[in-house]
Design a protein around this ligand. Structure first.
Ligand code: FES
Length: 217
């Protein structure tokens, strides 16, 4: 059996590794699908950001492309009125409690939210959902980096990187719904936790919630 399958995305036939998730197959072929929470090595995708929807021929409803495995002959559309509506709503919900002071953010111009907005023609200042102000204190206890939870989009990239690097995870999710946060055990400041300052969490943060105090030289 061949290692690859052929699929059609937006009218173009592309090769994808058998067993690969649709999102990665598309990205590998330079076809953009918005995504925040997908982690390639993660066997069971989180599928929590709800931004990576696509239409798959023969499937009634749009599906998150990070959860769908490629199949030979699959026909996929990354855009449709239903997909665009879902992505727009997911994006606006994410932004409704995101600290949108982009000019003061270290990730400005290198932020996954700005990329999604640009690629999909979406606005960063959404009006549909009432903004929810989050007033978490910034944890700047580590010497080299800080954590501003008001910018966190709960994508889980930092939690996964931390678990991969450190035997005992330093950070994880706590709370539910609007109170869900990434935090340390007992909500301790990072410098007082078991954090080894390996900074893998900072390196993977797509939105400037975890950031270096000084930009790299
Ligand atoms: Fe698929 Fe987040 S990337 S749901």
């Amino acid at each position: 059996m061949s290692e690859y399958v052929k699929i059609v995305i937006d009218g173009t036939e592309v090769k994808a590794r058998r067993g690969e998730k649709l999102l990665w197959a598309a990205l590998e072929n330079d076809i953009y699908i918005p995504h925040l929470c997908a982690i390639r090595e993660e066997a069971r995708p989180n599928a929590s950001c709800r931004l990576c929807f696509v239409e798959v021929e023969g499937t009634q409803d749009p599906v998150p492309s990070c959860t769908r495995t490629v199949e030979d002959g699959m026909v996929v559309k990354t855009r449709s009125p239903r997909v665009d509506r879902l992505v727009k709503t997911g994006f606006e919900l994410l932004l409704s409690d995101h600290d949108l002071k982009c000019r003061q953010c270290p990730a400005n111009r290198n932020c996954a939210l700005q990329t999604i907005a640009k690629k999909r023609g979406l606005k960063l200042k959404q009006k549909r959902f009432k903004p929810v102000a989050r007033n978490y204190e910034i944890d700047d206890s580590p010497e080299e980096f800080a954590f501003n939870r008001n910018r966190c989009v709960l994508c889980g990239q930092c939690v996964f990187a931390d678990r991969r690097e450190n035997e005992t995870g330093v950070i994880g999710f706590a709370g539910r719904g609007i109170n869900r946060v990434v935090t340390t055990f007992q909500d301790l400041p990072l410098a007082e936790s078991i954090c080894r300052k390996c900074k893998v969490c900072v390196d993977v943060c797509p939105v400037g919630a975890l950031y270096y105090k000084k930009s790299p030289e």
